[in-house]
Design a protein around this ligand. Structure first.
Ligand SMILES: NC(=O)c1ccc[n+]([C@@H]2O[C@H](COP(=O)([O-])OP(=O)(O)OC[C@H]3O[C@@H](n4cnc5c(N)ncnc54)[C@H](O)[C@@H]3O)[C@@H](O)[C@H]2O)c1
Length: 401
């Protein structure tokens, strides 16, 4: 069976690597450079290694393409494109709409369309289905299902095989075919009664994390004002064997999911007249952390960062990945620069970012650790500047939250 996967990023390529063990997979992406790179067997995603990709290409089980017509003959097409926010922080479904157009214009037989992109409840039924139908010959009726992705890039204990997967179709036939598809490479499938429940569950999972991260970030500020260690206090609370889950403070949240998905939930809530106060406030607290950190660094250094060379250590949004989307490092750097600091950054996992390259881990007046990759030596961080402020809690001997 041929399967088309639209979008070959973190979600789409990871899915391609698992699905191509059982199916012929065509990975459609609009980025020609990425497609060329993938067809040479070079993966840009942690967790999809080049040798596996090369094997799948060699056996004819996988090919990447920018041609929508290569999707013809697919019995299943999965959508895995970005769902960011617009400039005014509203859900942006333009990538989903473009994917729907690609399906409508290129698929003329009835197929199963599965959405894996994260979006608000009702997206499959009220947006994706009509958008595809708009471009599809009227006699063709597709099946539609949702199966939100839970991939956590950089993690090797949980993957497509052992992470429980939610799914639901708009019809019982769509649900059954979706189960059949994922059961080839996922051990634990959880059917829910409607697409909207699956869509809402995905948003709530990330909202739960966003709100708890904001809570611990606020608590870090409270603990500091009381003169107690936030880390020792959290460890103490964590000795309770039930009813508590430990989150740790940070410079803020990053990546495609936690800073974005809760806003999708808030937007749909407010549209329906329901409050989303926790979500909105949590977002603010997480965004304010960068400014709080820069205030703390300035306070420790005579209240003035003018002309000081500051090295930001780790600009990826989390350890051991090269992903810089929505990274808290960006705001930290902005606030440092607005205080007159001369900022460079060190992150060899990222390498190049916003027209700048990773600077050596040495010779600064001050260092601020935003993300600590496993490959970066703690002692070298401490030696990189006479004053080191660590927002991760991993660099022993540094100043911190
Ligand atoms: N990254 C994660 O950890 C993660 C986890 C769960 C869910 N998600 C969700 O999955 C979806 C995809 O996220 P991602 O992290 O894979 O994004 P990504 O940016 O890594 O990849 C998206 C890919 O889609 C391509 N693309 C954009 N428009 C396209 C179009 N019209 N047709 C074909 N390709 C197109 C881009 O070129 C890019 O390669 C989002 O809704 C996201 O919220 C992401």
């Amino acid at each position: 069976m041929k399967v088309g996967i639209i979008g070959q990023g973190y979600v789409g390529l990871t899915l391609s690597s698992f699905a191509s063990e059982h199916f012929d997979v065509v990975g459609f992406d609009t980025n020609q450079k990425l497609v060329d790179q993938l067809n040479l067997g070079s993966s840009h995603i942690e967790g999809v290694d080049n040798s596996l990709l090369g094997k799948r290409i060699e056996s004819g089980r996988y090919k990447a393409t920018t041609k929508g017509s290569d999707l013809k003959g697919s019995e299943i097409v999965v959508i895995a494109v970005p769902t960011p926010l617009t400039i005014d922080r509203k859900p942006d479904l333009t990538y989903i709409e473009a994917a729907c157009k690609t399906i409508g214009e290129n698929i003329s037989e009835s197929i199963l369309v599965i959405n894996e992109s994260t979006s608000f409840p009702g997206t499959l039924r009220n947006f994706i289905k009509p958008a595809i139908e708009k471009y599809t010959p009227s006699q063709v009726e597709h099946l539609y299902a949702i199966s939100p992705e839970r991939v956590d890039p950089g993690r090797d204990d949980f993957n497509q095989k052992n992470t429980p997967r939610l799914y639901s179709g708009l019809t019982s036939e769509a649900t059954a075919k979706t189960r059949e598809f994922y059961s080839k490479f996922c051990d634990n499938l959880v059917e829910v009664t409607s697409a909207e429940v699956a869509e809402a569950a995905k948003l709530f999972e990330n909202t739960f994390r966003q709100v708890n991260i904001a809570l611990v970030n606020e608590f870090a500020q409270i603990a500091h004002s009381l003169g107690i260690s936030v880390y020792e206090t959290l460890d103490a609370a964590n000795t309770k064997p039930y009813g508590f889950m430990k989150f740790t403070p940070s410079a803020g949240v990053g990546g495609h999911c936690i800073p974005v998905d809760p806003t999708y939930l808030a937007a749909v809530a407010e549209e329906h007249g329901a409050p989303a106060t926790f979500i909105r406030r949590a977002n603010e607290v997480n965004l304010e952390m960068s400014e709080y950190i820069v205030r703390r660094v300035a306070a420790d250094n005579g209240g003035n960062l003018q002309g000081k060379s500051v090295l930001v250590v780790g600009v990826a949004y989390k350890p051991n990945v090269a992903d810089v989307r929505e990274t808290a490092a960006e705001l930290v750097i902005q606030h440092l620069r607005s205080q007159g600091a001369v900022v460079s950054w060190h992150d060899e996992v990222v390498g190049n970012w916003k027209g700048e390259s990773s600077a050596p881990l040495q010779g600064a007046d001050l260092a601020v650790v935003v993300t600590k990759h496993d490959s970066v030596d703690e002692k070298k961080i401490l030696a990189s500047a006479p004053y080191v402020f660590d927002t991760t809690g991993k660099v022993k001997g540094a100043k911190g939250l």
